[in-house]
Design a protein around this ligand. Sequence first.
Ligand code: NAD
Length: 243
Amino acid sequence: MSTVLVTGASRGIGAACAIALAGAGFDVGIGYVNDEAGAKATATAVEATGRKAHIVQGDIADAAAAESVVNATEEALGPLDALVLNAGITRDGLMMRMSDDDWDAVIRTNLSGSFFTARAALRGMMKRRAGSIVAVSSVVGMMGNAGQANYAAAKAGVIGLTKSLAKEAGGRGVRANAVAPGYITTDMTAGLSDDVRDTLLSHTPLGRLGTPEDVASLVTFLCTDAAAFITGTVIPVDGGLAM
Ligand code: NAD
């Protein structure tokens, strides 16, 4: 039996990861910050696969809260075999006009929050000499994006964090990989204008936006022993957008 914690699993990509991981045999900790109803809906879908679910509230941008999310999950479900660093936000705006608050909030949640959560899970994984950490970065972290300096910097930072973690923890049997989704249809991207959507599609060889399930199947693979010799990678899941 295996256990995983997915942060930000109340909706979107995180919810899809939780459900796909349950389908692959994981009991799932479902992290959320505000949306308890969403977290409960994810838990119901996880339980429908026959696996256990445990919902855990906590703002991962706060180091102590991130640590208690990890601890509470392990108390409820047992030691973590895998961790998916999915929680994230956007506060878009052109750099010239970007406020300090918008910069700080995105760096704090997307980058520091990933660090806080991974650090909390790492101690146990290193002791047990096993574990897989998967960070949800973005193609924007590799390519940059006008209007997303804060988000692109955080997602590029997540890639550096993941590679450093892979180097530090590999000798103790802990793997760390990042996935880099392109444009995926979720609440986060619901506000895209038709123009932006058409431009993205014209640069995407597969000719469609992604689904949360497209990301979840890659994340699930990386969490399992099927990916036992894969660490320190950044794998795009973007229909070819970033090549
Ligand atoms: P979403 O807004 O639908 O979901 C984000 C989740 O993170 C929510 O469950 C939210 O409650 C949670 N969250 C936000 N702040 C949190 C905090 N401080 N503490 C705990 N949880 C918090 O977004 P999504 O599209 O499903 O994105 C999920 C991840 O994928 C994010 O890291 C996002 O940056 C990344 N991503 C998304 C896309 C896309 O096109 N949608 C592309 C590339 C990367």
